[in-house]
Design a binder for this molecule. Sequence first.
Ligand SMILES: *Cc1c(COP(=O)(O)O)cnc(C)c1O
Ligand code: SF4
Length: 332
Amino acid sequence: MIPKSVPAWQQAMRDAVTDPHELLALLELDSARIRLPVAALRHFPLRVPRSFVARMRKGDPCDPLLLQVMPQLYEDQEIAGYVADPVDDLASALTPGLLHKYPGRALLISTGACAVHCRYCFRREFPYPEQNARNNAWEPALQAINADPSIEEVILSGGDPLSLSDERLLALSQQLDAIPHLQRLRIHSRQPIVLPERVDDALLAWMSKGRLQRIVVLHCNHPRELDQAVIDAIRALRARGIALFNQSVLLRTVNDDLQTLRELSQQLFSAGVVPYYLHQLDRVRGAAHFEVTDQEALRLYQQLQDSLPGYMVPRLVREIPGELSKRPLMQV
Ligand SMILES: *Cc1c(COP(=O)(O)O)cnc(C)c1O
Ligand code: SF4
Protein backbone atom coordinates (compact mmCIF):
# COMPACT_ATOMS: atom_id res chain seq x y z
CA MET A 1 0.00 0.00 0.00
CA ILE A 2 1.20 3.48 -0.80
CA PRO A 3 0.74 5.65 2.27
CA LYS A 4 -1.35 8.76 1.69
CA SER A 5 1.07 11.64 1.52
CA VAL A 6 0.76 14.17 4.29
CA PRO A 7 2.31 17.63 4.45
CA ALA A 8 5.80 17.67 6.00
CA TRP A 9 4.57 19.60 9.03
CA GLN A 10 1.96 16.96 9.84
CA GLN A 11 4.61 14.29 9.56
CA ALA A 12 6.84 16.33 11.90
CA MET A 13 3.95 16.67 14.36
CA ARG A 14 3.39 12.92 14.39
CA ASP A 15 7.08 12.35 14.76
CA ALA A 16 7.30 14.47 17.95
CA VAL A 17 9.24 13.14 20.93
CA THR A 18 6.83 11.78 23.55
CA ASP A 19 9.10 9.62 25.69
CA PRO A 20 10.98 11.54 28.42
CA HIS A 21 13.80 9.00 28.33
CA GLU A 22 14.26 9.50 24.61
CA LEU A 23 14.27 13.28 25.07
CA LEU A 24 17.01 13.08 27.67
CA ALA A 25 19.01 10.63 25.55
CA LEU A 26 18.85 13.01 22.57
CA LEU A 27 20.28 15.70 24.83
CA GLU A 28 22.97 13.37 26.12
CA LEU A 29 21.53 13.57 29.61
CA ASP A 30 21.40 10.63 31.97
CA SER A 31 17.81 9.51 32.45
CA ALA A 32 18.47 6.55 34.72
CA ARG A 33 17.52 8.37 37.90
CA ILE A 34 14.81 10.77 36.72
CA ARG A 35 11.51 10.72 38.58
CA LEU A 36 8.46 11.55 36.54
CA PRO A 37 5.07 12.94 37.58
CA VAL A 38 3.03 9.83 36.87
CA ALA A 39 -0.40 11.35 37.47
CA ALA A 40 0.25 14.53 35.46
CA LEU A 41 1.65 12.58 32.54
CA ARG A 42 -1.54 10.56 32.24
CA HIS A 43 -3.62 13.51 31.11
CA PHE A 44 -0.83 15.75 29.81
CA PRO A 45 1.96 13.67 28.26
CA LEU A 46 5.31 14.95 27.06
CA ARG A 47 5.20 16.23 23.50
CA VAL A 48 7.91 18.19 21.70
CA PRO A 49 8.81 18.48 18.02
CA ARG A 50 12.29 17.33 17.03
CA SER A 51 13.20 20.67 15.48
CA PHE A 52 12.55 22.28 18.88
CA VAL A 53 14.70 19.66 20.61
CA ALA A 54 17.47 20.49 18.15
CA ARG A 55 17.52 24.04 19.57
CA MET A 56 18.23 22.77 23.09
CA ARG A 57 21.78 22.64 24.44
CA LYS A 58 23.15 19.15 24.81
CA GLY A 59 24.25 18.15 28.30
CA ASP A 60 22.39 20.99 30.03
CA PRO A 61 19.57 19.81 32.30
CA CYS A 62 18.60 23.46 32.92
CA ASP A 63 18.31 24.44 29.27
CA PRO A 64 15.48 27.00 29.14
CA LEU A 65 13.79 25.28 26.19
CA LEU A 66 14.00 21.89 27.87
CA LEU A 67 12.54 23.23 31.12
CA GLN A 68 9.41 24.37 29.28
CA VAL A 69 8.58 20.86 28.09
CA MET A 70 10.22 18.45 30.55
CA PRO A 71 7.76 16.88 33.01
CA GLN A 72 8.93 17.40 36.59
CA LEU A 73 8.01 15.50 39.72
CA TYR A 74 6.68 18.77 41.20
CA GLU A 75 3.70 18.57 38.87
CA ASP A 76 2.08 15.89 40.99
CA GLN A 77 2.20 17.99 44.16
CA GLU A 78 -1.06 19.55 45.25
CA ILE A 79 -0.39 23.21 46.02
CA ALA A 80 -3.02 25.47 47.51
CA GLY A 81 -4.32 28.00 45.00
CA TYR A 82 -3.29 26.00 41.92
CA VAL A 83 -6.41 24.69 40.24
CA ALA A 84 -7.64 22.99 37.07
CA ASP A 85 -9.24 26.09 35.48
CA PRO A 86 -7.47 29.15 36.91
CA VAL A 87 -9.04 31.69 34.58
CA ASP A 88 -12.65 30.50 34.79
CA ASP A 89 -12.78 29.64 31.10
CA LEU A 90 -15.65 27.24 31.57
CA ALA A 91 -17.79 29.95 33.14
CA SER A 92 -17.43 32.22 30.12
CA ALA A 93 -18.26 29.71 27.40
CA LEU A 94 -21.13 31.01 25.26
CA THR A 95 -21.42 27.65 23.55
CA PRO A 96 -19.01 24.72 23.78
CA GLY A 97 -15.66 26.08 22.62
CA LEU A 98 -16.58 29.76 22.36
CA LEU A 99 -15.30 32.03 25.14
CA HIS A 100 -16.63 35.55 25.34
CA LYS A 101 -14.91 37.42 28.14
CA TYR A 102 -13.91 40.71 26.58
CA PRO A 103 -16.06 43.15 24.62
CA GLY A 104 -15.77 42.98 20.85
CA ARG A 105 -13.79 39.77 20.64
CA ALA A 106 -14.65 36.12 21.08
CA LEU A 107 -12.22 33.26 21.39
CA LEU A 108 -12.86 30.00 19.60
CA ILE A 109 -11.24 26.85 20.93
CA SER A 110 -10.84 25.43 17.47
CA THR A 111 -8.88 22.30 18.42
CA GLY A 112 -7.34 20.69 21.48
CA ALA A 113 -4.19 19.62 19.72
CA CYS A 114 -0.78 21.27 20.04
CA ALA A 115 2.57 20.47 18.47
CA VAL A 116 4.20 20.95 21.86
CA HIS A 117 3.00 20.45 25.41
CA CYS A 118 4.15 23.39 27.52
CA ARG A 119 4.21 22.28 31.13
CA TYR A 120 3.00 25.70 32.37
CA CYS A 121 -0.01 25.75 30.03
CA PHE A 122 -3.11 27.11 31.74
CA ARG A 123 -5.28 24.91 29.57
CA ARG A 124 -3.35 21.75 30.46
CA GLU A 125 -6.47 20.44 32.18
CA PHE A 126 -9.01 21.96 29.84
CA PRO A 127 -11.72 19.42 28.99
CA TYR A 128 -11.16 19.59 25.25
CA PRO A 129 -13.38 16.70 24.26
CA GLU A 130 -16.42 18.58 25.61
CA GLN A 131 -15.34 22.15 24.89
CA ASN A 132 -13.56 21.63 21.66
CA ALA A 133 -15.51 23.15 18.83
CA ARG A 134 -13.98 20.68 16.42
CA ASN A 135 -15.27 18.78 13.42
CA ASN A 136 -18.71 20.00 12.59
CA ALA A 137 -19.23 21.08 16.16
CA TRP A 138 -18.28 24.65 15.12
CA GLU A 139 -21.87 25.24 14.15
CA PRO A 140 -23.21 26.42 17.56
CA ALA A 141 -20.21 28.73 17.99
CA LEU A 142 -20.66 30.20 14.51
CA GLN A 143 -24.34 30.75 15.20
CA ALA A 144 -23.56 32.52 18.48
CA ILE A 145 -21.05 34.80 16.71
CA ASN A 146 -23.56 35.45 13.97
CA ALA A 147 -26.20 36.41 16.51
CA ASP A 148 -24.01 38.96 18.34
CA PRO A 149 -23.17 42.02 16.23
CA SER A 150 -20.96 43.40 19.01
CA ILE A 151 -18.33 40.76 18.13
CA GLU A 152 -15.91 42.31 15.63
CA GLU A 153 -13.01 39.96 16.06
CA VAL A 154 -12.72 36.20 16.34
CA ILE A 155 -9.62 34.71 17.93
CA LEU A 156 -8.72 31.20 16.91
CA SER A 157 -7.10 29.54 19.87
CA GLY A 158 -6.88 26.07 21.33
CA GLY A 159 -4.85 24.06 21.67
CA ASP A 160 -3.13 25.45 18.66
CA PRO A 161 -5.39 26.40 15.75
CA LEU A 162 -2.59 25.78 13.27
CA SER A 163 -2.75 22.10 14.19
CA LEU A 164 -5.86 22.06 12.01
CA SER A 165 -5.36 20.96 8.43
CA ASP A 166 -5.35 23.61 5.72
CA GLU A 167 -8.72 22.32 4.50
CA ARG A 168 -10.28 22.71 7.95
CA LEU A 169 -8.80 26.18 8.36
CA LEU A 170 -10.19 27.24 5.02
CA ALA A 171 -13.64 25.88 5.78
CA LEU A 172 -13.66 27.76 9.08
CA SER A 173 -12.31 31.04 7.76
CA GLN A 174 -14.80 31.02 4.89
CA GLN A 175 -17.67 30.67 7.34
CA LEU A 176 -16.27 33.52 9.42
CA ASP A 177 -15.76 35.67 6.31
CA ALA A 178 -19.48 35.35 5.67
CA ILE A 179 -20.48 36.89 9.01
CA PRO A 180 -20.93 40.55 8.04
CA HIS A 181 -20.17 42.24 11.38
CA LEU A 182 -16.75 40.56 11.74
CA GLN A 183 -13.72 42.65 10.82
CA ARG A 184 -10.73 40.76 12.09
CA LEU A 185 -9.50 37.19 12.40
CA ARG A 186 -6.78 36.68 14.95
CA ILE A 187 -4.74 33.48 15.24
CA HIS A 188 -3.05 32.64 18.53
CA SER A 189 -0.37 30.10 17.71
CA ARG A 190 2.90 28.73 19.02
CA GLN A 191 3.43 26.60 15.93
CA PRO A 192 5.52 29.02 13.85
CA ILE A 193 7.92 28.99 16.84
CA VAL A 194 7.98 25.31 17.79
CA LEU A 195 7.28 23.84 14.35
CA PRO A 196 8.29 26.41 11.70
CA GLU A 197 7.66 23.73 9.05
CA ARG A 198 3.99 24.62 9.56
CA VAL A 199 4.49 27.92 7.73
CA ASP A 200 4.56 26.35 4.29
CA ASP A 201 3.25 27.63 0.95
CA ALA A 202 -0.24 26.28 1.59
CA LEU A 203 -0.54 28.04 4.93
CA LEU A 204 0.84 31.27 3.50
CA ALA A 205 -1.73 31.09 0.71
CA TRP A 206 -4.51 30.64 3.31
CA MET A 207 -3.17 33.53 5.36
CA SER A 208 -3.63 35.97 2.52
CA LYS A 209 -7.05 34.66 1.54
CA GLY A 210 -10.37 36.05 2.69
CA ARG A 211 -12.11 39.24 3.70
CA LEU A 212 -11.07 39.59 7.34
CA GLN A 213 -7.94 41.41 8.43
CA ARG A 214 -5.46 38.82 9.72
CA ILE A 215 -3.49 39.11 12.91
CA VAL A 216 -1.13 36.45 14.24
CA VAL A 217 -0.12 36.42 17.89
CA LEU A 218 2.88 34.15 18.39
CA HIS A 219 4.02 32.61 21.65
CA CYS A 220 7.76 32.67 22.22
CA ASN A 221 9.38 32.73 25.65
CA HIS A 222 13.10 32.68 25.06
CA PRO A 223 15.42 34.19 22.43
CA ARG A 224 16.96 30.77 21.73
CA GLU A 225 13.59 29.62 20.37
CA LEU A 226 14.21 31.97 17.44
CA ASP A 227 16.50 30.07 15.11
CA GLN A 228 16.90 30.80 11.40
CA ALA A 229 13.98 28.58 10.35
CA VAL A 230 11.66 30.44 12.73
CA ILE A 231 12.91 33.82 11.58
CA ASP A 232 12.32 32.79 7.96
CA ALA A 233 8.78 31.66 8.84
CA ILE A 234 8.09 34.99 10.56
CA ARG A 235 9.48 36.94 7.60
CA ALA A 236 7.26 34.97 5.22
CA LEU A 237 4.19 35.88 7.31
CA ARG A 238 5.30 39.50 7.38
CA ALA A 239 5.68 39.52 3.62
CA ARG A 240 1.97 38.61 3.41
CA GLY A 241 1.13 41.82 5.28
CA ILE A 242 0.05 40.07 8.46
CA ALA A 243 0.24 42.02 11.72
CA LEU A 244 2.49 40.03 14.05
CA PHE A 245 2.60 40.18 17.84
CA ASN A 246 4.09 37.96 20.52
CA GLN A 247 3.00 36.87 23.94
CA SER A 248 5.29 35.27 26.49
CA VAL A 249 4.77 33.81 29.91
CA LEU A 250 7.14 34.87 32.66
CA LEU A 251 8.65 31.57 33.83
CA ARG A 252 11.01 30.88 36.69
CA THR A 253 14.51 29.85 35.56
CA VAL A 254 13.39 30.02 31.91
CA ASN A 255 13.18 33.75 31.23
CA ASP A 256 13.05 35.53 34.60
CA ASP A 257 16.15 37.64 34.07
CA LEU A 258 16.68 40.99 32.45
CA GLN A 259 19.18 39.88 29.82
CA THR A 260 16.91 37.13 28.49
CA LEU A 261 13.82 39.34 28.36
CA ARG A 262 15.75 42.12 26.66
CA GLU A 263 17.17 39.82 24.02
CA LEU A 264 13.77 38.26 23.47
CA SER A 265 12.17 41.62 22.74
CA GLN A 266 15.06 42.79 20.59
CA GLN A 267 15.20 39.63 18.51
CA LEU A 268 11.44 39.46 18.08
CA PHE A 269 11.34 43.04 16.96
CA SER A 270 14.17 42.65 14.51
CA ALA A 271 12.31 39.70 12.98
CA GLY A 272 9.23 41.91 12.59
CA VAL A 273 7.19 40.94 15.66
CA VAL A 274 5.88 43.43 18.23
CA PRO A 275 6.18 42.23 21.85
CA TYR A 276 2.58 42.35 23.09
CA TYR A 277 2.07 40.62 26.44
CA LEU A 278 4.28 39.22 29.16
CA HIS A 279 1.90 37.12 31.22
CA GLN A 280 2.16 36.39 34.88
CA LEU A 281 1.60 32.65 35.21
CA ASP A 282 -1.98 31.47 35.53
CA ARG A 283 -2.11 29.28 38.60
CA VAL A 284 -2.91 25.99 36.98
CA ARG A 285 -2.38 22.78 38.91
CA GLY A 286 1.06 21.32 38.24
CA ALA A 287 2.76 24.58 37.24
CA ALA A 288 3.64 26.12 40.61
CA HIS A 289 7.36 25.53 40.05
CA PHE A 290 7.26 28.11 37.22
CA GLU A 291 5.85 30.94 39.29
CA VAL A 292 7.71 34.23 39.62
CA THR A 293 6.46 36.37 42.52
CA ASP A 294 4.66 39.62 41.66
CA GLN A 295 7.33 41.57 43.47
CA GLU A 296 10.10 39.98 41.42
CA ALA A 297 8.08 40.36 38.21
CA LEU A 298 7.56 44.08 38.83
CA ARG A 299 11.22 44.62 39.64
CA LEU A 300 12.31 42.90 36.42
CA TYR A 301 9.69 44.77 34.46
CA GLN A 302 10.92 48.12 35.71
CA GLN A 303 14.43 47.21 34.60
CA LEU A 304 13.11 46.13 31.22
CA GLN A 305 11.29 49.44 30.77
CA ASP A 306 14.44 51.27 31.76
CA SER A 307 16.52 49.51 29.13
CA LEU A 308 14.44 49.30 25.94
CA PRO A 309 12.49 51.61 23.65
CA GLY A 310 8.86 51.69 24.75
CA TYR A 311 7.63 49.84 21.67
CA MET A 312 9.76 46.82 22.57
CA VAL A 313 8.32 46.48 26.06
CA PRO A 314 5.43 44.01 26.29
CA ARG A 315 2.63 44.69 28.77
CA LEU A 316 3.07 42.79 32.00
CA VAL A 317 -0.40 41.42 32.71
CA ARG A 318 -2.36 38.90 34.65
CA GLU A 319 -5.70 37.41 33.78
CA ILE A 320 -8.21 37.92 36.57
CA PRO A 321 -11.48 36.03 36.27
CA GLY A 322 -14.41 38.40 35.82
CA GLU A 323 -12.37 41.38 34.57
CA LEU A 324 -13.00 42.86 31.11
CA SER A 325 -9.39 42.75 29.99
CA LYS A 326 -6.03 41.34 31.01
CA ARG A 327 -4.96 43.48 33.94
CA PRO A 328 -1.59 45.26 34.20
CA LEU A 329 0.37 44.06 37.19
CA MET A 330 0.49 46.83 39.80
CA GLN A 331 2.73 47.59 42.72
CA VAL A 332 0.83 46.70 45.88
C1 LIG B 1 -6.71 36.85 26.27
C2 LIG B 1 -8.07 36.69 25.73
C3 LIG B 1 -8.52 37.49 24.67
C4 LIG B 1 -7.64 38.50 23.98
O1 LIG B 1 -7.40 39.62 24.75
P1 LIG B 1 -6.60 40.84 24.07
O2 LIG B 1 -6.34 41.75 25.21
O3 LIG B 1 -7.49 41.41 23.04
O4 LIG B 1 -5.37 40.27 23.47
C5 LIG B 1 -9.81 37.33 24.23
N1 LIG B 1 -10.64 36.43 24.79
C6 LIG B 1 -10.25 35.64 25.81
C7 LIG B 1 -11.22 34.68 26.40
C8 LIG B 1 -8.95 35.74 26.30
O5 LIG B 1 -8.56 34.93 27.30
S1 SF4 C 1 1.16 25.67 22.62
FE1 SF4 C 1 -0.17 27.02 23.86
S2 SF4 C 1 -2.06 25.85 24.19
FE2 SF4 C 1 -0.48 24.40 23.48
S3 SF4 C 1 0.43 23.56 25.37
FE3 SF4 C 1 1.69 25.33 24.75
S4 SF4 C 1 0.82 27.06 25.89
FE4 SF4 C 1 -0.71 25.41 25.91
